[in-house]
Write a protein that binds this ligand. Structure first.
Ligand code: AMP
Ligand code: GLY
Length: 424
């Protein structure tokens, strides 16, 4: 098979590495890819937003299967464009990707189908939101821009004034652009957060092993929200009982709800969960693999990812048994100092060769670029250093050991990825 992966971050590197291991794959392409992905796939210089060019390439090269990584093209309808051209593609159609593209949609869906989640209200005008806040006396409260905002459109407001400022920022100043045309105001929940990614074939849903992300930029969950500064898998808090509850009350009901709405969901559903005192509740849905969740989940997966994806497309996921190694993985993101705000790019990266030939260490490239013989930093999140181990403690110790093998001038990382393990 010839396989094309759309995207160019650490998540796509993890998908590409896994796909390259499949005996069914003869040739792997990635658009646009990055310097690390170039080690396992041929990179094609087409942006993820250029749907027609991507489809033209797939037709010309006789691509048998395309896998879409990022949220933007999915929400924008790249799957519909590919299907319209008779191409085989893995990911939700636009009608289904709205589960990530609109928080108001996903909240309404959960309410209608009684899927546990935080209480909320939706607003189209800032004045309505302000009026609502004047009646509210429970803080913190959570403000969410309705649309895609690079994972940054969520504000946790501790006071009435902060909430008013947040409404202005999202709905009037349009800090997150059109994503702020609507606003969801949500009850604040407390508990452990867990990410569960699941393969979906429209009818059946097969959850993968659990993971936990660290969204804040600084140690101790301080600082701004980022795309994710590190992950570990599995989550010790995601017990068999929690899994059983989620399968019955969240995962399958979500599949059924989307189908009932005429929005059959095929692809990867990412369920962000909060394990509250009243049981697991949905924080958010995403319509794709998480980044950097994929970097700890996929290295632990035993199945041939291409076979599982084909089963999803063909609607026979019920015949597949997902299997994961009985081990653990930790991923520490090496970022550019200053991320998620301003930072410098184009700095040379040293030491990447140290990962060669090591089975349980991986360096996933997130924002890198080849320049002659050098590999340069090319983004806020630069590399994802993953290690596997017998248990979380060993995996964490190995991942942090490996972060020292690579260096670039403005290298920044959190030092407490997986610290929660010690409390389990
Ligand atoms: P989201 O993009 O919806 O996952 O939100 C980003 C982060 O904000 C989550 O990972 C949570 O840490 C936090 N968050 C979102 N919604 C809530 C909520 N209702 N209560 C508490 N924290 C939340
Ligand atoms: N790591 C969170 C996300 O991919 O949205």
């Amino acid at each position: 098979m010839k396989v094309l992966i759309i995207g160019g971050g650490g998540r796509e590197h993890a998908i590409a590495r896994k796909a390259a291991q499949s005996p069914r794959v003869d040739k792997l392409y990635c658009a646009p890819g990055n310097a690390g992905i170039a080690g396992v796939a041929e990179c094609v210089d087409i942006a993820v937003s250029e749907f027609d060019k991507l489809a033209d390439f797939a037709v010309e090269e006789g691509i048998d299967l395309t896998i879409v990584g990022p949220d933007d093209p999915l929400v924008g309808g790249v799957v519909d464009v590919f299907e319209g051209r008779g191409l085989r593609v893995f990911g939700p159609r636009k009608r289904a990707a709205v589960i990530e593209g609109s928080k108001a949609f996903s909240k309404d869906l959960m309410k209608k189908y009684q899927i546990p989640s935080a209480a909320y209200e939706t607003f189209d005008h800032p004045s309505q939101a302000v009026a609502y806040l004047s009646r509210n006396d429970k803080y913190p409260i959570v403000l969410k821009a309705d649309g895609l905002a690079l994972g940054k459109g969520v504000l946790i407001c501790n006071t009435h004034q902060e909430a008013l400022d947040g409404v202005k920022l999202i709905m009037e100043d349009k800090q997150f652009g059109d994503a702020g045309d609507r606003l969801v105001i949500e009850e604040f929940m407390t508990g452990r957060e867990v990410s569960v990614l699941a393969f979906c074939d429209g009818t059946n849903i097969a959850p993968m092993t659990s993971a936990q992300d660290h969204k804040r930029a600084k140690d101790g969950d301080q600082g701004l929200n980022t795309g994710g500064m590190g992950t570990f898998s599995p989550s010790p808090f995601y017990t068999a009982e929690v899994d059983e509850f989620c399968r019955r009350n969240i995962y399958q009901p979500t599949m059924d709800a989307m189908k009932a709405e005429g929005r059959e969901f095929k692809g990867i559903l990412f369920v962000g969960l909060m394990l509250t005192q009243d049981g697991p509740k949905v924080l958010e849905y995403n319509a794709r693999f998480g980044d950097p969740e994929a970097q700890v989940v996929l290295p632990r997966m035993k199945n041939d990812i291409i076979e599982v994806i084909e089963a999803c497309i063909d609607g026979r996921l019920d015949q597949v048994r997902l299997e994961f190694e009985d081990n653990a993985a930790v991923c520490v993101i090496l970022a550019s100092k200053g991320y998620p705000e301003g930072y410098v790019k184009g700095l040379p990266i040293e030491g990447l060769e140290a990962f060669q030939g090591k089975e349980d260490y991986f360096v996933f490239h997130a924002g890198t670029k080849k320049f002659g013989d050098e590999i340069l930093t090319n983004g806020g999140r630069v590399l994802g250093v993953t290690a596997t181990g017998r248990d979380l403690r060993e995996a964490r110790q190995k991942a942090y050991e490996a972060t020292a093998w690579v260096d670039f001038a403005n290298k920044y990382m959190r030092n407490d990825i997986g610290k929660a393990i010690d409390e389990a």
